[in-house]
Structures are given as C-alpha cells and as structure tokens.
Design a binder for this molecule. Structure first.
Ligand SMILES: C[S@@+](CC[C@H](N)C(=O)[O-])C[C@H]1O[C@@H](n2cnc3c(N)ncnc32)[C@H](O)[C@@H]1O
Ligand SMILES: [Mg+2]
Length: 226
C-alpha cells in the first residue's frame, strides 16, 4: 500500500520503480562513486533525469552539446552517449577538482574523444567560445550557479542557432520561486531569468515541475526561435 503521508518517500519509491527504464551501467555508477569519494556535493541529476537529457539529445539529433556545470561528469556522460562518434560535447566547470574527477570518469567511460571539459568561470568560457566562432550547439544544458542563469541563457544565444534546445535545471526550487522577496540569491537568479524570458524575441519555452529522489524542483525547456 502506498503511504501518501510522506510524499518525498513516495516520490523516491516511484523513481525506484521506474528505474528499470533508466538503468545505470558500471560507468555511470563509477562516475557517481568517484564524485562521492572526491567529496563533491551530491547535486548531480538523478538517473531518470540523465536519461531524459539523453533522450532529448537523441530526439533533436544533437551533434554538438554545450553543458554549463559539469560537477563530476554524471549528466555529461548521459548526454555524451547520445552523440554520434563525430559529435562534440563542451562542458564548463569552475572548480578544477570537479573537472579532474569528471575527466577521469569520462575517460574511463570511453567518451573523452567527444568531450572537452573547460575549467573556469562559465561566463568567461562562454565568451571565449563565442569569440572563437565555434559552430552552433544543438542542445544547451544549463546547470551551474543559479545566480547567473539569465547571463548564461543570454550568452548561450550567441552559441545557438534557430532550433537549438536549451534546458535549464533546478528552476522551481521547492516552489520558493514564487516568492518575489525570497532571500536566497539562487531563487532570485531564477526570477531574473524568467524576467529575461518573458516576451523574449528569440526564445520560446515553458517550465515543467518535477518530483522524485531529488525532491520538488523543475526545469525550463526553451527553443531558440531565430
Ligand atoms: C549542480 S552542479 C552540476 C551537476 C551536473 N550537471 C550533473 O547533473 O551531473 C553545478 C556545478 O557548477 C559549477 N559552477 C558553479 N559556479 C560556476 C561558474 N561560475 N562557472 C562554471 N561552473 C560553475 C559547480 O562547481 C558545480 O560543479
Ligand atoms: Mg541540476
């Protein structure tokens, strides 16, 4: 019998039940284990969310993926596996220790040939990529410091093309996002992003709320229109 008095426990049970559809292989397990052993925070996407990202990348036929916020490379690995062997994933990470753990795991998983882990503040790395005139990305996954979400969305546009899909993680924040006076600057970061998105001339999108092992949150799904 399901226990409806403890919603978080129920969400986790439901994630576990559907886990058969998003099984982790040894490399995904090892990526999580290495991040844990290195003392990285436990803030990677859940397996079902990683699988969801992988499916999105497959559906859009992504050949070039940009990720902002690598951590230990867990979401990176799910995404990289959607790429053809000639594809490219560029992932941006501020913390060299996080990047080092990610590089090791991605090498062990055999996707290093497709992935560049770029260390530095994402705003600078994004500007560098734009200056270098790299080809447009087909999918952008934004999952770094939430305070700068609006900036990351804006800078990503210079690296996008009409049709590029932009996914922004953790934008619901257990519902705190509805509080205009919320003291958490991550919540304010989401709200600034929503201000930017409202009537944006080049972006169309929506937000989907989610529950599960990661609690109550959600993601924005945006399409670059022009
Ligand atoms: C939520 S974690 C990323 C999780 C990862 N996408 C996953 O699901 O496996 C956020 C990461 O963004 C990094 N980060 C924070 N501020 C950053 C910045 N200014 N530039 C680049 N990365 C940053 C953090 O060090 C952290 O590793
Ligand atoms: Mg996230």
């Amino acid at each position: 019998m399901t226990d409806l008095t403890d919603p978080e426990a129920l969400w986790s049970q439901v994630d576990a039940y559907f886990g058969v559809l998003a099984p982790e292989d040894v490399h995904l397990v090892a990526t999580r284990a290495r991040a844990h052993a290195a003392g990285l925070p436990d803030i990677a996407v859940a397996p079902n969310q990683g699988k969801f990202l992988q499916l999105l990348a497959s559906v859009v036929g992504a050949r070039r993926i940009l990720e902002i916020g690598t951590l230990g490379g867990y979401s990176t690995l799910w995404l990289a596996r959607a790429l053809p062997s000639s594809g490219r994933l560029v992932t941006l990470e501020l913390d060299p220790a996080h990047a080092a753990a990610a590089r090791e795991s991605l090498a062990e998983a055999g996707v290093s040939d497709r992935v560049d882990v770029v260390v530095g503040p994402a705003s600078e790395s994004l500007a560098t990529l734009a200056r270098a005139g790299v080809d447009a990305f087909d999918l952008v996954f934004i999952d770094a410091d939430k305070q700068q979400l609006a900036l990351y969305v804006d800078l990503s546009l210079a690296l996008a093309r009409p049709g590029t899909l932009v996914v922004v993680d953790n934008v619901v924040r257990a519902g705190a996002v509805v509080d205009a006076a919320h003291p958490d600057d991550r919540v304010q970061g989401v709200r600034h992003m929503v201000d930017l998105l409202t009537d944006h001339p080049r972006l169309d999108g929506t937000v989907i709320q989610t529950v599960g092992v990661k609690g109550y949150d959600g993601f924005a799904l945006l399409r670059v229109t022009s």
